[in-house]
Write a protein that binds this ligand. Structure first.
Ligand code: PMP
Length: 396
């Protein structure tokens, strides 16, 4: 697999362990991006010429293939292209805010800021909404029994907003049960799928909104998807503009009848045209991607006991976060970087959770992709042990 990612050929000395932030790019994506920019750049849905029709055909083919990959029926009524998970989650919250006058928001404490902040904004700006946090159980998953209890007493409108896999814990939350609870309690669901997509099978049916970004699954930057339940197609766009209408006059407009109405303005077509080959590859390697991910999670976690680091969780997927018993995270990240080992350190855009785990410190996160080799995980642990040894000498 590694040879399918040109980055590693170009940079053989880099140990890239930051794939949860962004993955390296599949060669087909680099080729398609380059071809579009060199030979084919033109706009979709607007041009009468053959270059424009070619872009249109890629756009529709991309949605068909996403439908095939994730088992989404009628993809042009369900899939919205946007700039990424951050936009998708924000738009989902804005659509809920238009639909309901107020209610209770139940959001996982393990959420990324891109889910938390739009919900906090909604509650801050509209006193009819209030935020309730779903805590974690002892295994690090969202505590759904507690959520169920709280919902028993909640008669009003409600949103359940959760991340499928936290970008700090790497634990897969129980989406089947979350869907069941939401249906029983007539709650609207917003799912952040950023860290699960491409790693585990995901049944999107029955959720109201599911968002992710393509740059985390070997794809291009600046492109995301928001998958909506068909009921949301009835609603007006929160972001109207060119492309979202069938006709406009001075009195008003009639909206497109497909998800195009939520895709106003020129889309990131350079990225969209890369999807057909990328998704074909993702479909072909679905099982390999999952089994490699599980193997890396086991390998990474198995190293923790030999260190003086504390793991934030025993991860299922994608990443492992740890914090040092001695020394500052920032020093470790810098010293790892000096050996060309790239990891992320800090609050990981999930500060409430990290403050809860570390008591106001920060974490080091190593994260992998399908190209990651066991020796790279081992290089990381060798290096942190070496750094720790140096810190100990200072202390003595
Ligand atoms: N949610 C999670 C769980 C993430 O890890 C990220 C990316 N760090 C995002 C949302 C936001 O993704 P993007 O920056 O691509 O919009």
């Amino acid at each position: 697999m590694r040879e399918l990612f040109p980055f590693f050929k170009q940079n053989p000395d880099i140990v890239y362990l930051d794939s949860a932030a962004t993955s390296q790019t599949l060669y087909t994506v680099i080729e398609d991006l380059n071809d579009f920019m060199m030979n084919r750049k033109s706009n979709a849905h607007r041009s009468g010429h053959s270059m424009g029709s070619w872009v249109d055909s890629k756009y529709f083919h991309a949605k068909e293939l996403i439908g095939q990959w994730l088992n989404i029926k009628q993809p042009s009524d369900r899939i919205i292209f946007n700039s990424g998970a951050t936009q998708g989650l924000m738009d989902a919250v804005m659509m809920c805010a238009k639909q309901y006058a107020g209610g209770n928001i139940y959001v996982g404490v393990d959420s990324h800021h891109s889910l938390l902040l739009p919900l906090q904004k909604l509650a801050r700006e509209n006193p009819w909404w209030s935020i309730n946090y779903i805590g974690l159980d002892t295994s690090g998953k969202l505590n759904l029994s507690d959520l169920e209890q709280r919902l028993l007493k909640d008669e009003g409108a409600k949103i359940i907003a959760v991340t499928a896999v936290s970008n700090v814990l790497g634990i897969v939350n129980d989406l089947i049960r979350i869907k069941d609870i939401a249906h029983k309690n007539k709650a609207t669901t917003i799912i952040d799928a950023s860290q699960i997509i491409g790693k585990r099978s995901l049944d999107l049916e029955g959720f109201d909104f599911v968002a992710w970004s393509w740059h985390k699954i070997y794809g291009p930057m600046g492109l995301g998807c928001l998958v909506i339940d068909p009921v949301w197609l009835e609603f007006d766009p929160v972001r109207p503009g060119g492309g979202s209408v069938i006709s406009v006059n001075l009195a008003g407009a009639s909206w497109q009848t497909t998800t195009s109405k939520f895709e106003s303005g020129t889309q990131n077509l350079a990225a969209i045209v890369c999807l057909p080959r990328l998704i074909t590859w993702l479909i072909k390697h679905k099982e390999d991607l999952e089994s490699h991910d599980r193997a890396m999670a086991n390998l990474a976690y198995s190293h923790v006991p030999q260190t003086c680091f504390i793991a934030a969780s025993q991860p299922d997927s994608g990443l492992l976060s740890i914090f040092p018993a001695m020394g500052a995270t920032e020093d470790y990240v810098m010293m790892l970087d000096a050996k060309k080992i790239m990891v992320r350190g800090g609050k990981l855009c999930a500060q409430p959770l990290i403050d809860q785990i570390t008591g106001d410190k920060s974490l080091i996160r190593l994260s992998w992709g399908v190209y990651t080799m066991p020796r790279e995980i081992e290089a990381f642990f060798d290096r942190i042990l070496e750094i720790h040894g140096r810190f100990q000498k200072f202390v003595q």
